[in-house]
Write a protein that binds this ligand. Structure first.
Ligand code: NAD
Length: 355
């Protein structure tokens, strides 16, 4: 039963969208609109089955509620998935059909880019719905959020390195980047500029070759990158990379990266702490992209002020790290608690305003 799934977690709405003509099978999940219209990216992925897609969208959607809350944005949390292979199954008809599904929610959910979905795809959805962001042009258009996500992750890695290794330079720091897509490739450039020693993996050989050629990175197998002998493990692909199987093999003292839902389960957070690993909660460190998108939605886009806002990410992380040390609790648990407090305060405020 959907409502009993552990990941359901009181979602306000889950919508299944199908369009036989274009081959669209999609799910939109709206976790919370306590802080505003739910906003989160659309992911296109060839899920093995519907249950996997549902679990993913529910976990990602709640993550967006927490992410938007922690970034101080006037946005609720939601997410969508299109079941399909982004390298083979894209078509204008598919994105037009998906736009119509978004439009049917009347603005309760606003879609943007995520894994497998480009700015061009969001523009195509925008032909049939007004409720998309991360656009290439138009008033206050914010474009691709990935460079802003990567900037926040870069600053977050520096904050984690400062906290755990006691240095504010990345020169000579060994960093393993998993996933060299939009976020990973933008991040690599910054890490290389700072003199970090890079190890990389991707399931696509062309992306790996580019990193080796451009930055002298060392390539390792995609299924072994978590075990690389490095200081920082930086997941920038898919989620659940910290699990019972991978964690005992992680040699890094820091896990800090852009991927959403890095912890396979909430309880892994304690295992990560017990292993002496400093974990930068994913939805805090990767908030740069949604900060950028939010400025478009609120019609206030100004690149410099977006950058200033992204630069608060390491400040929030440092607070979480200190509190986690003080209270001997996992950083993931501290961040969840802080996010839930923000959401429940917003709900209380809304109730008071309505009374
Ligand atoms: P992307 O699709 O551009 O890149 C993902 C990359 O990961 C691809 O190159 C893919 O081949 C690779 N990959 C997939 N499975 C892999 C595996 N098992 N091992 C190694 N590599 C693998 O996506 P993106 O936009 O760069 O997003 C990356 C992660 O960051 C996702 O978890 C996404 O949800 C998260 N994120 C992205 C943004 C953003 O602004 N794009 C914002 C917040 C969070």
């Amino acid at each position: 039963m959907l409502f009993d799934l552990p990941d359901f977690d009181n979602h306000e709405l889950v919508l299944f969208g199908r369009d036989a003509a274009s081959g669209l099978s999609a799910i939109i999940a709206v976790h919370s609109t306590a802080l505003g219209a739910a906003c989160g990216g659309c992911r296109m992925w060839p899920y093995a089955n519907d249950a996997e897609a549902l679990t993913d969208v529910l976990r990602l959607s709640r993550g967006m509620s927490y992410k938007n809350a922690m970034a101080g944005l006037p946005l609720g949390g939601g997410k969508s998935v299109i079941i399909g292979d982004s390298r083979k199954d894209k078509s204008d008809a598919l994105f037009h059909a998906f736009g119509r599904v978004i439009e049917s929610l009347g603005g309760r959910y606003i879609a943007a880019e995520d894994v497998g979905i480009s700015v061009a795809d969001v523009m195509t959805m925008g032909k049939t719905t007004r409720h998309v962001a991360g656009l290439a042009n138009g008033h206050a258009a914010s474009g691709d959020p990935s460079p802003f996500t990567a900037y926040g992750v870069y600053l977050g890695i520096k904050a984690a390195v400062q906290h755990k290794l006691g240095t504010d330079s990345l020169k000579g720091v060994r960093i393993a980047v998993q996933g060299l897509g939009n976020v990973g490739s933008n991040l690599l450039r910054r890490l290389a500029d700072d003199g970090a020693v890079l190890t990389v993996a991707d399931i696509h050989a062309d992306a790996v070759q580019r990193a080796v050629d451009q930055y002298g990175a060392t390539a390792v197998a995609a299924d072994r990158i978590h075990a690389a002998d490095v200081d920082v493990y930086t997941p920038c692909a898919l989620g659940a990379v910290l699990n019972n199987v991978s964690l005992p093999e992680v040699k890094a003292k820091i896990v800090a990266g852009g991927a959403n839902n890095q912890l396979a389960t909430a309880s892994i957070g304690e295992d990560v702490r017990a292993a002496g690993i400093l974990y930068a909660p994913d939805y805090v460190i990767n908030g740069g992209g949604i900060i950028n998108v939010s400025a478009e939605i609120t019609n206030t886009y100004d690149r410099d002020s977006v950058l200033r806002q992204v630069e608060r990410i390491p400040v929030t992380l440092a607070e979480i790290f200190r509190r986690a040390d003080r209270e001997a609790r996992p950083t993931s648990e501290i961040a969840d608690q802080m996010a839930r407090e923000i959401l429940s305060a917003a709900k209380t405020e809304a109730k008071v305003a309505a009374a």
